[in-house]
Design a protein around this ligand. Structure first.
Ligand SMILES: Nc1ncnc2c1ncn2[C@@H]1O[C@H](COP(=O)(O)OP(=O)(O)O)[C@@H](O)[C@H]1O
Ligand SMILES: [Mg+2]
Length: 267
């Protein structure tokens, strides 16, 4: 049997069924949103997700699934270099856990190139996506990590990186109520081609403990954004408005009673 055929047979199950890959990595079954994302046939998918729900892990598995095919590219855009290095480390770890029989040819802090001609590259998007300009994805994935925090100018210069056979995925916690990611999530008539997937920690049993801990430590506003998937209103202050009002108001009035009680002007 040729090595190519052997490789094909050994990875066939997992390529057909990405859930099995994810299960091996996290040691438990995938959530519904992960199943839906990994099996989606749409060209553009947007995932609005709570913090710590498994975004990077799922992106890692999807990247791995693409890398297992020959000559596929995965480009991941993060806001900053630090963020793209962090995400890359997570993806590389996920790839190792998947233990597919494909050798690595070259690896840096932000990219990994494999013997089968496939590669994953994490690119800092910066303010304008300048660093991503040279890339193209003929087959594979273009992923926007924390998409709601990536400047609009970046979308202008990078959405075209994904060519006809490539998928585009935007995955994010909620950001401000403006900009490209917010529009793509909310404006169905402008973006009918976008498949939208909600991944809310409040709906997922395995997250219950973390959610309850965070409910106590985060402000209501932070909790509603990071777990409840609420987009942040324009000009919404970081401090809870109710707390601010209460600290400057004199209602209920201070109960001092009659401070002139017992004082007689005639004495
Ligand atoms: N379906 C799942 N079942 C159990 N654990 C999971 C599942 N998906 C992800 N995890 C775990 O959740 C944790 C957070 O995942 P991560 O991908 O870093 O989240 P995020 O990028 O959303 O912050 C990791 O320890 C990961 O292994
Ligand atoms: Mg993450």
């Amino acid at each position: 049997m040729s090595t190519d055929l052997g490789l094909f047979l050994r990875t066939l199950n997992e390529r057909v069924e990405p859930e099995r890959l994810l299960e091996r990595v996290v040691g438990g079954p995938p959530d519904d949103w992960q199943r839906r994302l990994m099996n989606s046939a749409s060209d553009i998918i947007m995932v609005l997700a709570s913090r710590r729900i498994g975004k990077s892990t799922t992106v890692g598995v999807m990247a791995g699934q693409e890398l297992a095919k020959p000559d596929h590219q995965v480009i991941i855009l993060s806001k900053t270099l630090a963020q793209s290095q962090l995400l890359f480390a997570k993806i590389a770890h996920t790839w190792e856990t998947m233990a597919l029989p494909i050798e690595t040819r070259r690896r840096t802090m932000t990219e990994m190139h494999l013997k089968n001609g496939s590669a994953v590259v994490c690119v800092p998007a910066g303010q304008d996506g300048e660093q991503a300009r040279g890339y193209g994805v003929r087959n594979g994935l273009l992923i926007y990590d924390e998409a709601a925090f990536i400047p609009d100018a970046v979308y202008g210069s990078t959405l075209a990186i994904a060519e006809d056979n490539a998928k585009t995925i935007l995955i994010t916690t909620p950001g401000g109520k403006s900009g490209k990611a917010y529009d793509m999530w909310t404006d169905h008539s402008m973006y009918p081609e976008v498949e939208r997937i909600r991944a809310c920690s409040l709906d997922i049993d395995r997250m219950a403990k973390l959610v309850e801990r965070q409910r106590k430590t985060l402000s209501k506003f932070e909790f509603d954004v990071e777990h409840g998937l609420a987009w942040m209103g324009r000009g919404q202050p970081f401090f809870d408005p109710e707390t601010i009002t209460n600290s400057f108001t004199d209602t209920p009035q201070l109960k001092l009673g009659n401070i002139y009680d017992g004082i007689s002007a005639t004495r």
